[in-house]
Design a protein around this ligand. Structure first.
Ligand code: C2O
Ligand code: CU
Length: 554
């Protein structure tokens, strides 16, 4: 493949939304940031110059980076932050991904403003598995916070209290016509009657799954997370944070203007917790129409925010293409089996400072609430530095764990903090059943994301996973191949993959609240014995870890 070179200059800039102005960190002065456009199999060298006030890292979400964890990005997992006044060049290696992916900061909540789309076109000389579209557009959904999020998050983490909620969502940087003090800001796409457009949708929202629809237009979902799927003809989608979806939309209406809109999907009553759920909008406008209806029509097919069944109906319809050209390789003989609970809970804080309320909000995987080390895991692993992490992440949840309780049991603190990870041998066939739990009332789905891999979602269901009957229903024929997938809050998801990418790979819930609270851990996938199956040499320079530490971790 070809090489592409990008410079990402990170610096603070003033932006005004919802009638209030704030300074925020962005890439190349734009929000969202620049689009990376490559062909399948290419490599992108992205030189990140940090001209901001705090350390940052960047992750290439959904890019597998074969044997190259050095450029994966999560802070304290594969690298230490790029400090202000310094730069670091990521070598982003594309392999089998094709479609839409995205990049985002992977340090604290910086990804709210530091993110952008990645477009992976078919390799030169090959084509889409559908007719060439007439237009190709990126639609990046994000969350807008009026406050200085860095401060709000640091304070909340220090106190063990609730994390900030957004004030609006945005489409390509603008909240559209329906939020407080946002009328007239909707982005506009001019379309020609009869033409077909590929809209590449990225859910970069910090903490919410969303529904998305376009007024008066059906469309066809053809790809997800950088892999093609069996076409789904629909009039709405539900997309989780971290996920990307490619839709084909034909401009087949009479002249006029139409809203595309998104709103939060939640399985809890968000009016209680104070999430924003005003609709974010952009406008599809037919060219050559002098008298657009005013206002444009709103999508009546956009499900309401509590519409659990609409969400389920859509996610259950996703299937791999599973054709001769795009085969499915689900592992059948599983060698490593794990059951992993994803929980919201409270915890006695062992790393909090004196005077902080000890009973803090936490989240966990198998009751372990992840704590970032001060030296990144990759460096510690590669250079044999001891005392950074332990390898005792449990394969199964503790047997006493009552994950269907409505209330948190009194006087029991089930969750403990730790930097515990799981080691896999090269080429293991892995199955993980994620079990959503409900220890705190009103928890939500958990979009679980795995770095360095895509995985097959072979099954999902409600209640407690039954290891006798549920596997009989697994889809081993055309399960979706994705990098992020929602675990229902009182249900389960079963995934499979082959551990053929050696390295250090983060996995976590893609709600940033839960990520901050510890719903994370790491796979170390060992080398396979040959140079081609081993981690690549590190680059000549990695950002140093010997810099001031985050105060809230002390
Ligand atoms: Cu898109 Cu670890 O994240
Ligand atoms: Cu979660």
């Amino acid at each position: 493949g070809d090489s592409h070179y990008y410079d990402f200059v990170l610096r603070e800039k003033n932006f005004t939304r919802l009638c209030s102005t704030k300074s925020m960190l962005v890439v190349n002065d734009s929000f969202p940031g620049p689009v990376i456009r490559v062909h399948k199999g290419d490599t992108a060298f992205v030189n990140v110059h940090n001209q901001g006030y705090y350390g940052v890292t960047i992750h290439w979400h959904g890019v597998k980076q074969p044997r190259n964890p050095w450029s994966d990005g999560p802070e304290y997992i594969t690298q230490c932050p790029i400090q202000p006044g310094t730069n670091f060049t990521y070598e982003v290696i594309f392999s089998d991904e094709e479609g839409t992916l995205w990049w985002h900061a992977h340090s604290d909540w910086t990804r709210a403003t530091v993110h952008g789309a990645i477009v992976v076109l078919p390799a030169i000389g090959s084509t889409y598995p559908f007719p060439e579209p007439d237009g190709d557009e990126v639609v990046v959904l994000a969350a807008w916070y009026k406050g200085n999020m860095k401060e709000l998050v640091d304070e909340a983490m220090f106190a063990g209290s609730d994390l900030p909620h957004s004030d609006a969502y945005t489409i390509n940087g603008e909240p559209g016509d329906f939020c407080d003090c946002s009328n007239g800001t909707a982005n506009r796409w001019i379309v020609d009657y009869g033409k077909t457009y590929l809209f590449r949708i990225v859910n970069g929202v910090m903490n919410a799954e969303v529904f998305f629809a376009v007024a008066q237009h059906n469309f066809t979902v053809v790809g997800m997370d950088g892999h093609y799927i069996k076409p789904i003809a629909t009039d709405y989608i539900m997309i989780s944070p971290g996920q990307t979806m490619d839709i084909l939309l034909t401009a087949n209406q009479s002249l006029g203007s139409y809203y595309m809109a998104a709103r939060q999907f939640s399985s809890e009553d968000v009016s209680v917790t104070g999430f924003d759920h005003a609709n974010v909008t952009a406008i599809l406008e037919y060219r050559g129409n002098p008298t657009s209806p005013s206002p444009p029509s709103f999508p009546s097919t956009l499900p309401m925010y509590l519409d659990f069944y609409a969400a389920l109906k859509f996610t259950k319809s996703i299937r791999s293409l599973a054709s001769q050209d795009y085969p499915v390789n689900v592992p059948l003989n599983i060698t490593t089996r794990m059951v992993v609970t994803a929980s919201m809970n409270t915890m006695i804080c062992t790393s909090c400072s004196e005077g902080v309320d000890n009973d803090i909000l936490a989240s966990s995987l198998n009751n372990i609430s992840w704590v970032n080390p001060h030296t990144d895991v990759l460096q510690a692993y590669y250079r044999n530095i001891s005392g950074v992490y332990t390898t005792d992440f449990p394969d199964f949840p503790p047997s006493f764990f009552n994950f269907t309780a409505d209330e948190f049991p009194d006087n029991i603190d089930l969750t403990v903090q730790g930097t515990k990870l799981k080691v896999l041998n090269y080429n293991e066939s892995v199955e993980i059943v994620f079990q959503g739990t409900n220890l705190l009332k009103g928890s939500v789905n958990h979009p679980m994301h795995l770095h360095g891999y895509s995985f097959y979602v072979v099954g999902t269901g409600f209640g407690i996973f039954n290891n006798k009957t549920d596997p009989e229903e697994f889809n081993l024929v055309d399960p979706p191949e994705v990098t992020t997938f929602g675990v229902p809050k009182i249900g389960w998801v079963a995934i499979r993959f082959v551990a053929k990418n050696p390295g250090v790979w983060f996995w976590h819930c893609h709600l940033d609240r839960h990520l901050s609270w510890g719903m994370n851990t790491v796979f170390i996938v060992k080398n396979g014995g040959t140079v081609e199956t081993s981690i690549r040499q590190p680059p000549a320079y990695m950002p140093s870890c010997k810099v001031p530490l985050k105060s809230w971790l002390k």
